[in-house]
Design a protein around this ligand. Structure first.
Ligand code: PHE
Length: 335
């Protein structure tokens, strides 16, 4: 009896060790440990054994069953890892992976952030206004007469409902003063739109940064000091600023600012600025319905410059179109 049981056990172990697939392992399990399996059949036979034989045979039966179960388990695991090994055989995990190239901010965004950081140190807060504007905010409130060339349909994008794409960010001066009484000290970066022919120095959509400071006793000296500080911070201590008299309907006096980044370099026209025209304060008061911006009590300065222009000067970019062509070879040079 014992011999027969041992023989079945040995046979089971050999067969399981040879099993070449999951299915063959499963077939062996059914054959030996299944309900009608040969090891299981021995449990039945136990009942008819003599009392003194039961413990011995019982023990052997348990050992055989455990050994067969363990062999099945081991063979399954071995087949599994063989399968993994086959799957990885053609894979060289020592090869370098596919690099993921991190993206970056657009050069104009980077410059905008740098510029904003300099103004923030001087107490300027960020303000915004819509790109689609009313004619009133873009021109009338900014003291621009009805026959001014900037209002021309050939220069400005008008919407069918009479609104327009703002031609400059000076609209945000008006919106900031509508919203809060003085003092105001804001910068407003954003898009501006003009119906320009696109070439190396012009885009139909470009980016400006506007500034406005209104308080008691603000003077041209404050305007000059603020902007000279700003341009030196951005371009280096060697940069020179030149204020040239100019005309804007919404400032009086008005200036254009030229910058020379290097001693040898050319003067480049970069920004417009001036002292807020009292007519602008009156327009804002009219809209507000109060006299918060009393021109007898308050003065202010405003400025606006093109960020694309400034980026071109800072990085020696020969063609403004580089900023809108989305060529990674160009964009990835600004980080
Ligand atoms: N808005 C003017 C422009 O786009 C610039 C400017 C802003 C001038 C503020 C004076 C004051 O040319």
């Amino acid at each position: 009896m014992e011999e027969e049981l041992q023989r079945i056990g040995a046979e089971a172990l050999t067969e399981i060790a040879r099993a070449g697939s999951e299915a063959e392992v499963e077939a062996s399990r059914v054959k030996y440990l299944g309900r009608a399996g040969s090891v299981s059949a021995w449990s039945e036979r136990m009942k008819s054994l003599a009392k003194e034989e039961k413990p011995r045979i019982g023990k052997l039966l348990n050992e055989t069953r455990a050994a067969v179960a363990e062999a099945l388990e081991r063979r399954r695991a071995a087949l599994d890892s063989e399968k993994d090994a086959r799957a990885f055989a053609s894979l060289d995990i020592s090869l370098p992976g596919t690099p993921v190239r991190p993206g970056g901010l657009h050069p104009i965004t980077l410059l905008q952030d740098r510029a904003a950081a300099v103004f923030r140190r001087m107490g300027f807060a960020l303000a915004e206004g819509p790109d689609v504007e009313t004619e009133w905010h873009c021109f009338d409130a900014l003291n621009t007469p009805p026959d001014h060339p900037a209002r021309n349909e050939r220069d400005t994008f008008y919407l069918p409902d009479g609104r327009l794409l703002r031609t400059h960010t000076s609209t945000v001066q008006i919106r900031a003063m509508e919203q809060a009484p003085p003092p105001v000290r804001i910068i407003a970066p954003g898009a501006a739109y003009r119906r320009d022919e696109i070439d190396a120095t012009h885009l139909a959509q470009f980016t400006q940064m506007e500034g406005l400071y209104v308080d008691r006793g603000v003077s041209v000296a404050d305007l000059k000091g603020t902007l000279e500080f700003f341009f030196r911070e951005l371009l280096g201590a060697g940069a020179k600023c030149r204020f040239r008299p100019h005309f804007f309907p919404f400032t009086e006096p008005s200036f254009e600012i030229d910058i020379r980044a290097r001693a040898s370099g050319k003067w480049l026209e970069l920004a417009g600025c001036g002292m807020v025209d009292p007519a602008v304060f009156e327009a804002v008061n009219g809209k507000r319905g109060d006299a918060a911006y009393d021109p007898e009590e308050y003065t202010g300065f405003a400025f606006g410059f093109g960020l694309d222009r400034l980026a071109m000067i800072l990085s020696d970019v020969p063609d403004i179109r580089g900023f809108i062509e989305n060529d990674v070879r160009f964009l990835s040079q600004f980080r």
